[in-house]
Structures are given as structure tokens and as C-alpha cells.
Design a protein around this ligand. Sequence first.
Ligand SMILES: Cc1ncc(COP(=O)(O)O)c(C=O)c1O
Length: 380
Amino acid sequence: MQINSKLPSVKTTIFTIMNTLAKEHNAINLSQGFPDFDTDSKLIDLVTKAMHSGYNQYAPMAGVLTLREQIANKIDGLYGVKYHPDTEITVTVGATQAIFTIIASFIRKDDEVIIFKPAYDCYEPAIELHNGKPIYVQLKAPTYKINWQEVKEKITSKTKMIIINTPHNPSGFLWSNMDMLALEKLVKDTNIIVLSDEVYEHIIFDNLKHHSACKYSYLKERTFVVGSFGKTFHNTGWKMGYCAAPANLMNEFRKVHQFNVFCANHPMQIAFAEYLKVESHFKNLSQFYQDKRDLFLNKIKDSRFKFTPSKGTYFQLLDYSAISDEGDVDFVKRLAIEYKIAAIPVSVFNSDNMDQKMIRFCFAKKNETLKKATYILTKI
Ligand SMILES: Cc1ncc(COP(=O)(O)O)c(C=O)c1O
């Protein structure tokens, strides 16, 4: 049988390659973005209780109402912005499903979607599957600052969507108030939809502020804000997330969502609805991860790697240009094999796989894991 792949350029991802190498060589794995510590046992108890209480059949299509109310309260409490739980919030199977469904709901053949590179890897395949065209704005290492003139020049009559991600994976860069205002100015009075991937909104360092797209009224009216419980509550394997958008956009989203997954996991929604009532469960996260970032960076400050401290997310980029001329993919493979530490090469997130001699480490790890990892990094 001949298969005419709809995604011919998609190969085994670097995450699978590095995870396999890490296993084979017994390397410390700071490659993929997930914690090596457990989620709160209180949350596990709440899920167990929900299962024993009979929440084991389909949830409402848009999500359990009490959870949508809690999400609306959280957004209002943090940003002073209101979303109606009935019509403007949908619970999804992780942020990934929200992102896929947003793209599926709006992108048609030849629609252009602007993406800032380096970019998380799930945006482009979804655009291509719907015959849209990704248009890249490549950010430059090490600051990853946005050149707004360049963005303006990339906008055409075919631009249907702009995808942003702040705090930014992989760079740890944060969009400033000025960045958000610049975006708002560009899209005001257009039909461009904004997909704002804010899955790391609760992981922000050094008393900096997260500027959610929902805070800017001309952005809010055209934006899907996407969140992830997996990132916030250390349970990426549960695949729970949500999105918020004005009712006219959400109405279109739900038309696709109901035939895509219909609904997300029911007992976990019941549990999150209860767990979100305690604000410290998400408000303490920045300090928790800032301590881990600081431990990681303090331990490697005398190494040959150069770095700009991450401003948010649980990722830290290291510049290895003083150590080797190798391409970043070869370099990380050698680190895994020879030094027994696994990272992700940033080129896989860049347009044309541009090699900036940057590699990404995930510091969502136990302190003992970070100490072992940093000891190795100082020996390279
Ligand atoms: C920027 C970004 N967006 C979305 C996701 C996906 O989140 P989820 O696991 O909730 O699907 C990730 C996960 O790594 C991410 O880093």
C-alpha cells in the first residue's frame, strides 16, 4: 500500500531521540520538559475521591462548570479580566489539544500564520494539516527580542493568525508590556486571530510580571489564551488544559472540539475545580522554580557555558560556543553519550534549523538531580 503522508517532513522528534539516548547511556535527562518529582498528593486524593464518587463518565463538552468558574476566577484574580464560564472557557486535553483545535477551527488553505522562532513544535504540523502556511519571524540569540518592524512586514492580507508564547519555551524570554502593546497595535482593526500560548504563566522570575494577552482590550477581543494544568501542577501526563476566548471565537472552537475529543477527563476536572480554590497552589510556583533556576545557575557559573538567566518557564538555555564548534545536535548527542547528560538542541525549534550554539536544559527536577547535572556541566 502506498501512503501519501500529509506530514512528510515530520520525523522522529528530537525529544524521542534524546530520551532514548539518555536511557541507553544512563544519562541524567534534562531534555524533555517535565518534572522528575510528583504532583501534590492532595490532588491525587481529590482525583481518587472523584473517581469513587462516580465521576467516571463523559464530562460536559465544554468542561465541568465548577472548574470553568474557577478558571474564570483565577484569570480575574490575576489580571482583573472577566471571561464568562458558560461561553468563554473550555477545558481541553492539555494545551496541545487546545492549540490544535484553535488552528483547526480557523485555518483554511493558504491562510498565513505568523510564528516566532524558536517555537514549540506543535504549532506547525497543525497549520500544515489544514493547508495553512507558517510564516516565520526568527528571533536572535541570546536576547530573543522581537523586531516589530519585521513582524509588521510579514503581515499580509492572507495573515489569519499570529501565535505567541510568553513566557517563551525554549528561551525563557518574557514578552514585555511594550511587546504586547506593539502586537495590539498591529492587529487592531484587522481580522487576525491571536493564539497566546501562556502555559508557563505561573512560572515568572525576579519579580517580573506576566503580561497576558487578555489584559489588552483590542487583543482580548481576538485572542485565545491557552493554559496547561500539567505545567502548573507537575502532572504533564494527565494532559489537562484549557483555553479562554470571547464567545464568538469560542463558539467556533467548540464546534470542532466536540467532534475532536468531545470532552476532557472527568474526575480530574472535578479535582482541579477543588484544588484551584487555594491560590497558593499556583501563586507559589514562581518562587519554587526560581530557587531551582538559581541553584542550577549558581552551580555552573564558573563553567565554560555562557547564559542569560531565564526570566520564566522551567527552561534555561546555555551557550556552548566557547566549548565546541560542533553543530548543536551533534553536541547534545555527544553530551549524552560521553558525559551522561541529556539536553535539547535549540536548532530544532528554529527556522531552517538555524544553529545558534544554544542548548536547552529543563530544571523542573529534584535538587539532587540538578546538583548531579551541574557537577557534570562544570567538567565539560
Ligand atoms: C510552549 C508550550 N506550549 C504547549 C505545551 C503543551 O502543553 P500540554 O502538555 O498541556 O499539552 C508545551 C509543553 O511542553 C509547551 O512548552
